[in-house]
Design a protein around this ligand. Structure first.
Ligand SMILES: CC(C)(COP(=O)(O)OP(=O)(O)OC[C@H]1O[C@@H](n2cnc3c(N)ncnc32)[C@H](O)[C@@H]1OP(=O)(O)O)[C@@H](O)C(=O)NCCC(=O)NCCS
Length: 168
């Protein structure tokens, strides 16, 4: 049975593994292979994940009988010009478990945590799976808030989606 719960320090290895696998699977063809092939689950990455779990406002994991299968990191919106109080910072489901409702369960738990307020997300342009997913969840594209990001000296374009809450 799927359970959504706050992340703990002991989840850092599983979370880092899903993060790395997610990058290599979802971003193939969008980010150069040389960058994706070099990403590994290092001690440094696990330590950084432990630190984030200890400090970030909202860090949720999805767990089933096989262990942790997805995670979502969020909190207050980082770009103060954006009219949404909350933001999803990082969100990955293990590629072996896509399309069985884990992403939906994580988003629903996030919405509960932020008490139904508005939130937003930035995602890599061309990641059509995520775009379909977010649009299915009610996200509306707002190109005026799109931005460019640099990943290891490569410029990428991030698209913005807003999710209206109950009272915002
Ligand atoms: C985006 C992501 C989190 C979705 O998680 P998921 O657990 O597969 O999503 P769900 O099973 O809850 O899907 C819910 C609905 O979203 C839509 N959807 C999800 N994946 C889709 C895909 N690959 N193609 C088309 N629609 C998709 C469907 O409408 C789906 O409902 P359905 O399966 O009944 O048709 C997952 O694909 C992922 O981890 N991707 C890599 C990382 C990433 O892109 N993260 C977001 C970056 S900000």
């Amino acid at each position: 049975m799927l359970k959504i719960r706050p992340a703990e320090k002991k989840d850092a290895f599983a979370v880092a593994t899903i993060n790395v696998l997610g990058w290599k699977t979802a971003y193939r063809g969008l980010i150069p292979d040389s960058i994706l092939d070099a990403i590994e689950v290092t001690e440094k990455r696990i330590k950084r994940t432990e630190e984030t779990i200890a400090t970030v406002e909202i860090y949720l994991v999805a767990e089933n009988e096989n262990g942790v299968v997805g995670f979502l990191v969020g909190g207050k919106t980082k770009n103060k010009d954006v009219p949404y109080p909350y933001e999803i910072y990082v969100f990955y489901v293990h590629p072996d478990c896509w399309r069985v409702g884990i992403g939906t369960a994580l988003i629903n738990a996030f919405k509960e945590k932020i008490k139904g307020r508005s939130f937003c997300v930035y995602m890599l342009d061309g990641n059509t799976k995520a775009l379909n997913f977010y649009q299915k969840m009610g996200g509306i594209r707002q190109p005026e808030f799109d931005c460019d990001t640099e990943i290891n000296h490569v410029m990428t374009h991030d698209i913005f989606l807003g999710f209206k809450g109950k009272d915002d």
